[in-house]
Design a protein. Structure first.
Length: 551
């Protein structure tokens, strides 16, 4: 994969290619383009006059509404695709969230789908005509999947990812791929090949990583539904930062076959693909549709498990664990306030909430970081050195601290520690049956994904709560709650840290002005392979908490 061409030249060619695929009529005129000092561009499509009322109506609808409107021929797939492609072009110019553009092919497919519906009088599947965006990892023939590496550029895929094929079989339209960090192992989506993705509500802030390009597209309403991936928080953190609903399913429910990835062959902790959406209903649309495509007959890693609608029927009264931190680090003021809002609304709706501090998260982080560095970062160095590019300073520091691969013996011991932790976690979960008052253990655990809201660029991650779910393969959803309040979210003068790391995190947060306009979401953790139940609980959160930032 090595190249003798200077990596900067490759970057220039790649970015020129991307720019050339934006039609002239969708380039924002200079007199409308917000200057760099304008930080909040979320409402640009509504206020600029660059979009018609019809385009705004279409692009600000949910995925579920779009498929209904297309199926009844109220809207054509072509006009939906054109509207969302225009908005994606706008998002790219304002947020730098796109890697690959597929507009012409998307419009051609939309025309074919419209013709089929008119001729046959029926759709070809539950996603008929719906544009869906993909994280850069997913292969689409003719497009690169660079995952940020310069050395991966100009090597287009010849075979689609299985998930991409299943989406097409269900009637979807693919039109764009979204930005990630090099290596996929950062909390911000920035790389040398495509640059940095920014947050539409405050362009000084990140949209998270590694699915940060996807979260930017969906929250800006330039995608109805996007597909991200998650090995340490890469769906959950971006959704939390941008007011989205999302789901990190357990391994085997959604195909990950033929996906460009890091840690290739590493199976101690698995990355999983999942939806990033504007509504809980859209999470269900994606998950049930993918199950209906029987991915297990296409991908041997998929579990032969149809969508179990009966698992969505929940008791009238639920009981949730309430994890205000992990015993090492407490949430910063806006996350604490989001937790208290959620608790109060659940109780007012008749649900029960009990304290459940997931102290196992610190051990989970130690174990998972050993898994991530087991090869001594040989793979990262290989793909970096193939072009001669430097990686982000945070990545270079992480790699410098682990110069040698772990032995096979120590790797096995580490995996055995995970097995012991899984048993410990199960016992703790089951023991809550004595406290819930429902005769059952807790139905789900509500926790922040990170102790802080969306951060400023190059801020790093001093701590987060995202490692337990992938380590133990726990189905985990995300839902929006509130936004940073400059008055309410100041650090109390009475704050007493519970650890040195807690003190560090609170100093890192600083003040609400460092996170102005950031949206705040929370995670709901279930058991392994509880996608149906967690999806339904996301709907409960939507109904009870009642926040609707991204529709």
């Amino acid at each position: 994969m090595s190249t003798t061409e200077p990596w900067q030249n490759i970057v220039a060619r790649k970015q020129d290619e991307r720019s050339s695929k934006i039609p002239p009529e969708w380039k924002i005129p200079g007199d409308l383009l917000p200057p760099s000092e304008v930080l909040d561009v979320q409402d640009f499509p509504r206020t600029s006059g660059f979009f018609t009322d019809r385009e705004l109506l279409i692009t600000e609808s949910s995925a579920s509404d779009v498929v209904d409107q297309i199926a009844t021929s109220t809207w054509s797939s072509e006009e939906v695709v054109r509207a969302v492609c225009k908005r994606a072009a706008c998002a790219q110019q304002l947020l730098n969230c796109v890697t690959e553009i597929y507009f012409d092919q998307a419009i051609a497919r939309a025309k074919e789908l419209d013709y089929h519906l008119k001729r046959e009088g029926k759709t070809i599947g539950p996603l008929h005509g719906l544009p869906i965006s993909l994280k850069d990892q997913f292969n689409v023939p003719g497009l690169d999947s660079t995952i940020g590496y310069v050395s991966y550029a100009f090597k287009p895929a010849t075979e689609p990812s299985t998930l991409a094929k299943l989406l097409l079989d269900a009637g979807a339209v693919l039109y764009v791929k979204s930005n990630v960090p090099s290596t996929l192992m950062m909390g911000e989506s920035v790389n040398n090949t495509f640059g940095r993705t920014v947050n539409p509500r405050n362009r000084n802030l990140t949209t998270g990583g590694s699915s940060g390009g996807e979260s930017a597209l969906v929250t800006f309403r330039a995608s109805f539904l996007g597909v991200g991936t998650d090995i340490g928080g890469s769906i959950r953190h971006p959704c939390s930062y941008t007011g989205l609903f999302g789901l990190r399913p357990s391994h085997g429910r959604i195909s990950y076959q033929h996906v460009v990835n890091t840690y290739v062959g590493q199976e101690a902790v698995r990355s999983c693909a999942g939806p990033m959406c504007r509504s809980a209903k859209d999470v269900r649309l994606f998950m049930s549709t993918m199950a209906s495509q029987q991915p297990w007959i296409h991908d041997p890693q998929c579990i032969p498990l149809p969508w179990r609608a009966e698992q969505e029927v929940l008791p009238e009264q639920l009981c949730f664990g309430f994890g205000l931190g992990d015993g090492t680090v407490t949430p910063t003021p806006p996350l604490r306030r989001a937790m208290e809002i959620t608790k109060a609304k659940l109780q007012a709706a008749g649900h029960r909430v009990i304290d459940f501090v997931p102290t196992e998260m610190a051990e989970a982080s130690r174990i998972i970081y050993q898994m991530w560095s087991a090869d001594g970062f040989e793979e990262f160095r290989r793909d970096r050195d193939a072009s001669g590019e430097p990686l982000h300073p945070d990545l270079e520091r992480w790699m410098a601290n682990t110069e040698h691969a772990h032995s096979i013996s120590s790797t096995w011991q580490n995996q055995n520690q995970r097995a012991h932790l899984a048993r410990k976690w199960l016992d703790k979960w089951q023991a809550t049956q004595k406290e819930t008052g429902t005769g059952r253990p807790i139905d789900g655990l509500i926790v922040p994904s990170t102790p802080f809201p969306a951060i400023r660029h190059d801020g790093g991650y001093p701590w987060h709560y995202g490692t337990l779910s992938p380590l133990l393969d726990l189905t985990t959803g995300v839902f929006p709650v509130t936004k940073v309040d400059l008055e309410k979210d100041k650090v109390s003068p009475d704050f007493q840290p519970i650890s040195e790391k807690d003190k560090e995190v609170m100093e890192y947060y600083g003040c609400p002005e460092n996170h102005e306009n950031a949206l705040i979401g929370l995670a709901i953790v279930g058991r392994r392979l509880e996608e149906e139940k967690v999806t339904r609980m996301l709907q409960v959160m939507s109904d009870v908490v009642g926040v609707d930032y991204a529709t």
